[in-house]
Every structure is written in structure tokens, then in C-alpha cells.
Design a binder for this molecule. Structure first.
Ligand SMILES: [Fe+2]
Ligand SMILES: [Fe+2]
Length: 241
């Protein structure tokens, strides 16, 4: 488990993939021998929230929902939004570039085109999912928190809760990471051996990093954000019975 007294460099050494999480908090490389606490302080980052997200990312079994739920919806949503941006503007374009390279590198590009098309379909689905959350779910979650804390627009919010409560989000929230695993399997099983193997392995590695990241992201949405909002919804509905 990562603690605030550990050096941030040690965290990265223990799990290199935490770098993308660290970056989402606006913390740049070059943190020397500074502790997690010091680096967070210097970057204006809430160290407790940072550690909870890092630990949840690093260890699937470490998921203190109660503790994560003590942070504000605004804080959680801000992190989730940054993750969406990473997927849309970093991870997915990077995989696309590698796939294009693979197409150029091979003499019979038909099979790779098939995987590419499959990936494009996945990308459309993923982006639709992310935009739905960015435009509808996150603003809704924040407005519920606003009404809960400040008592602002309560009447309107209660109507919104009745129309589309957070439990509906949970019902509709589909499993976007497992489809990435399907593409991975497709790649491993059916790609003929004529292609640039090193490039294929790089692509597979990207897929599996992305799958793990999205998995963690979805867990925060379902196990932290949604229950937190549902609790506030219940309170607001009770007030207006
Ligand atoms: Fe999301
Ligand atoms: Fe999601």
C-alpha cells in the first residue's frame, strides 16, 4: 500500500503504470526524492484523495469505498474527466497510430484491416460512452451535490432525480473494458505470423494497459461516484415527499 511518507519515485518503481494516474493530477516527472506528501503539497493536490486513487489503481483488492466516498463529487468527477481526456486524446490515438503503422509494414494488410475495423467500432462505442458521462452524468452528479450541500435548485433537482436517477446510470453503464479484451484475444489468436511481431506486442501491451485503466475507472464510477450520488438523492427525495 502506498503512503504519504513514501517517495513518489518509489511508487512509480513499484508500478510503472501509476504514471498515467499521477499525470492526471497535474504532477509532472522530475519529482526527485520528494515524498508523496511533499509533491502533492507543491502541486496543490489533495494527498488523501491522490493516495486513495493510486492505491485503488495499484491493488484491485484495495478499495476502501467508504473513504473514497468521503471526497466531494466535484473532486471525483474532476479526476474521472481527466481520465476521459487521456483516453480520447492520448491512449486511443496512440493505438490508432500503431495500427496504421502495422498496416503499412505488412504486404497483405487485409487481416490487419479487419482488426483495425473492429477497433474503430470499439472506439466509436467508447467515445459515445465517455461523452454521455461528460455531458449528462457528471453534470447531473454535481448538481445533486450542489443541491445537497447548498440547498440550491432543489425543486428542479428533485424532478431530475425522478426522471433519471443514478440507479438508471448503473443499469445502463456497460462494460466497455471487456470488449477491449475481445480485441486482444482476436489479435493473439488470428493474426497471421507475417506481421511485425514487435509492433504487435506493443499494441497488445497498450490494449492491456488501457483495459486495466478503464476497468479501474469504471470501478470508481460504479462503486464510488454512483453510491455517493444515490445517498444524496435519497436525502433530497425524502425532503420533498
Ligand atoms: Fe467514464
Ligand atoms: Fe463509464
Amino acid at each position: 500500500m502506498f503512503t504519504s511518507r513514501m517517495k513518489l519515485a518509489e511508487v512509480v518503481q513499484a508500478n510503472f503504470n501509476t504514471l498515467s494516474v499521477i499525470n492526471r493530477f497535474g504532477i509532472k516527472l522530475g519529482f526527485g526524492d520528494f515524498s508523496v506528501h511533499k509533491v502533492c503539497e507543491a502541486n496543490g493536490v489533495n494527498v488523501d484523495f491522490f493516495l486513495e486513487i493510486l492505491n485503488a489503481f495499484h491493488d484491485k483488492n484495495y478499495f476502501p469505498q467508504e473513504q473514497l466516498q468521503s471526497f466531494s463529487v466535484a473532486e471525483i468527477v474532476s479526476y474521472l474527466r481527466k481520465t476521459h481526456q487521456d483516453y480520447m486524446y492520448q491512449n486511443i490515438p496512440h493505438v490508432e497510430m500503431l495500427l496504421e503503422q502495422l498496416e503499412v509494414d505488412c504486404s497483405k494488410p487485409d487481416e490487419i484491416k479487419l482488426v483495425h475495423n473492429f477497433f474503430n467500432e470499439y472506439k466509436d462505442e467508447l467515445f459515445k460512452h465517455l461523452l454521455w458521462e461528460d455531458d449528462k452524468i457528471f453534470p447531473y452528479a454535481q448538481s445533486v451535490e450542489h443541491a445537497y450541500i447548498n440547498g440550491s435548485n432543489v425543486k428542479q433537482i428533485v424532478e431530475a432525480i425522478r426522471a433519471y436517477p443514478m440507479s438508471n446510470f448503473l443499469d445502463e453503464h456497460d462494460d466497455i473494458e471487456s470488449k477491449l479484451n475481445d480485441i486482444n484475444i482476436l489479435f493473439v489468436k488470428y493474426l497471421p505470423p507475417v506481421y511485425n511481431q514487435h509492433l504487435c506486442i506493443r499494441i497488445l501491451r497498450e490494449f492491456s494497459i488501457l483495459e486495466q485503466d478503464i476497468n479501474n475507472h469504471s470501478r470508481i464510477e460504479e462503486k464510488v461516484l454512483a453510491p455517493k450520488v444515490i445517498k444524496m438523492e435519497k436525502f433530497l427525495l425524502k425532503q420533498h415527499e
